[in-house]
Ligand binder design. Structure first.
Ligand code: S3P
Length: 434
């Protein structure tokens, strides 16, 4: 589906982003293997989180969604005893589904196969298989264990002490899930901190989790089901943060947003660029801090903060931060972000290619990009490589550019943010959405 976006004279209003994708996946998987039953509110309505529910149901978990409200789930825990699925499990576009489910399936005494769409079947899985094998799992993958489909024939697992080669919350969580079923404690060491939703939710569900610096130890345990209200997704809020900060006439209020410090790098980066952002703290939800953010038109300057330990906590927001950098004075350098090359698309290459089409002065680096600004963007026909975050980042670019930008594959926004296009229409008074 194609959408046209054009500059709108004013951007204003209030928007509540959908439930956080990372927390939603975890709320479903963890409650499905827990003892007891739980209700999840504000579950992400996106395609990725629907993939997780589909896989869990195929494994025997009873999950019902509200009659007129797909964001409310009731989950009957299985106590960790799933059933052999009679079909291949399809994770769609969702790397989190595949990697979290791998940790669970590694410990189940039956055959299961995980697959996904073209993008997911080209993403690296060896990083998951290596530690799971060290724990004693029987698991195979295409291309000598590098790629999905993945085949599990779980067995008895033992605890390991493992140094992760990359800072990845999906990898950490996969090992932590398998660790629940092991015969002794497991410790994972991360090169940098990645998002810690698994640690938070495990603790809330009765698991002994010990953190020392960048190491986490998990004791084998059974999870206890826990009701949770999922906070709004800061990665979805990021599109509005950049849109308003870079727009000449904007003021947006973003409500009910998760503010876990391992996710708020986008606020730090935008503030370092001079963005006028005010955060008011709200109530904690499911052990996660939340709040409201007000963002206004700002005079932006370049940043070099997007590097090193900042990368794992800002990586999903880099495509839209690259858009912000086009409007900032000076050269923004993004470094150490090679992981972006193995996301839903090669986000270094695709972001550079499409923003170049719109007139950006942007160079691809092996591990990032350099963006020279301010450079006015002009309309273009953009490709989006079936990548939800690129769709929305380019829509924001189109909103800030001259002329009518055409976004192909606009429907892929639904992977994480089904209400994105409607919100764009509302916040621009219908001005941007053709
Ligand atoms: C996620 C972790 C991140 C992020 C992804 C969701 C998660 O990937 O990019 O969108 O829910 O654990 P990493 O595994 O590279 O940290």
């Amino acid at each position: 589906m194609r959408r046209q976006v054009r500059h709108s004279p004013r951007l204003e209003g209030s928007v509540a982003p959908p439930g956080d994708k990372s927390i939603s996946h975890r709320s479903a998987v963890f409650n499905a293997i827990a003892n007891g039953s739980a209700t999840v509110l504000n579950y992400s309505p996106g395609g990725d989180c629907a993939s997780t529910v589909r896989c869990l149901r195929a494994l025997g978990a009873q999950i019902t969604s509200g009659k007129n409200d797909p964001t409310t789930l009731t989950i009957q825990g299985t106590g960790g005893k799933l059933k052999e699925p009679d079909q291949v499990l399809n994770c769609g576009n969702s790397g989190t589904t595949m990697r979290l489910m791998s940790g669970v399936l590694a410990a189940q005494p039956f055959l299961s196969i995980l697959t996904g769409d073209d993008s997911l079947r080209s993403r690296p899985m060896e990083r998951i298989l290596t530690p799971l094998r060290l724990m004693g799992a029987t698991v195979q993958g295409r291309d000598n264990g590098k790629l999905a489909p993945l085949v599990f024939h779980g067995g008895n697992l033992h605890g390991i002490d493992y140094h992760m080669p990359v800072a990845s919350a999906q990898l950490k969580s996969s090992i932590m899930l398998a660790a629940l079923f092991a015969d002794g404690p497991t410790t994972v060491h991360e090169p940098f901190h990645s998002r810690d939703h698994t640690e938070q939710m495990f603790s809330a569900m009765g698991v002994q989790v010990q953190k020392h610096g960048r190491s986490v130890t998990v004791q084998p345990s059974t999870l206890h089901a826990a009701d949770i209200r999922v906070p709004g997704d800061i990665s979805s809020a990021a599109f509005w943060l950049v849109a308003a900060a870079a727009h000449p006439n904007a003021r947006l209020r973003i409500t009910g947003v998760g503010l876990n410090p391992t996710r708020t790098g986008v606020l730090d980066v935008l503030r370092s660029m001079g963005a006028r952002i005010r955060v008011s703290d709200g109530p904690a939800q499911g052990g996660e801090p939340t709040g409201e953010i007000v963002v206004e038109s700002s005079e932006l300057r370049a940043t070099e903060l997007i590097a090193g330990e900042m990368i794992p906590i800002v990586q999903d927001e880099i495509p839209v931060l690259a858009v912000a950098a086009c409007f900032a004075h000076g050269t923004t350098i993004i470094r150490d972000a090679e992981e972006l090359r193995v996301k839903e698309s090669d986000r270094i290459r695709t972001t550079v290619r499409e923003l170049t089409r719109m007139g950006a002065r942007i160079e691809e680096l092996p591990d990032g990009m350099a963006i020279h600004g301010p450079t006015p963007l002009h309309a273009a026909n953009c490709r989006t490589y079936s990548d939800h975050r690129l769709v929305m980042a380019l829509a924001v670019a189109g909103l800030l550019a001259d002329g009518e930008t055409v976004i192909d594959g606009a429907e892929h926004a639904d992977i994480s943010y089904p209400g994105f296009w409607t919100a764009l229409e509302q916040l621009t008074g219908g001005g941007a959405n053709l």
